[in-house]
Design a protein around this ligand. Sequence first.
Ligand code: AMP
Length: 284
Amino acid sequence: MQIITEPCQMQAIAEKLRLNRQLIGVVMTMGALHEGHLSLVKLARQSSGTVILTIFVNPSQFGANEDLHQYPRPFEQDVALAKAAGVDYLFAPEARNIYPENYQTTLECGALGKRLEGERRPGHFNGVATIVTKLFHITKPHRAIFGEKDAQQLAIIRQIVKDLDLDITVVAAPIVREESGLAVSSRNIYLSSQERSAATILYQGICHAEKSIASKKRDLLAIAAEIEQMIASTPGCRPDYVTFVDEERFELTERAEEGKEYRLLLAAYCGAVRLIDNGKIRAS
Ligand code: AMP
């Protein structure tokens, strides 16, 4: 595995790979690699000749009061995990090479980037859209694998690819969970052991929604309110939002229709840690 830190060097390698007819798969991360990230690498490995993993803690997607400076950066461990997972190139640039002095251009997301996570974290998705697009231009992938864990981010990336006519196939990877149901996340290390077990309420909420919809309940607002109540009554937890959106347009939805797919999106604080989770549910 080769470690690259210069954008122009990565770009030159990607160009050469393309000229040699290599199918490039990219996985973009902020590092602190875990089973979730590695499942994305595995998917990339299965469908691409060359796998590029990017590690970049992108300053422009963090708000002023967020955890940019505390974000875990266990680089040596990440290198070992990436190598073992079969990554060919690890691209880990410095922020000053991605946003050099006098950097000026930012991608602006539309309505989809302003709801839910976008409303709570103003500017977050513009930062995500900009870095993902820059990394597309640097790594020149045919396929890009993103996790369903960040469902709204995935929807935004699909929108970017469509709106900007990018010739890239976006592949969605299912959420990897711990045995308890807690979605694996780099931020889980901030949780105390008590908070970690309380945090399983998010997954229990998803299971509650699945059961309710399977038993023909159709009032999604009522189900979301029940889940908010479940979270609120868990010691140490506080719901931020619990909402159903339709899978196609990612718009808020109040009632389920038979045969359609919905995504339940949850955000909650467990202690001081803000967690997000989601589940896809079909109304059959
Ligand atoms: P991050 O490093 O948190 O920015 O995540 C990088 C990529 O890994 C994103 O596409 C995430 O959606 C994905 N990811 C993070 N956690 C998981 C998980 N538990 N299961 C599947 N994908 C994940």
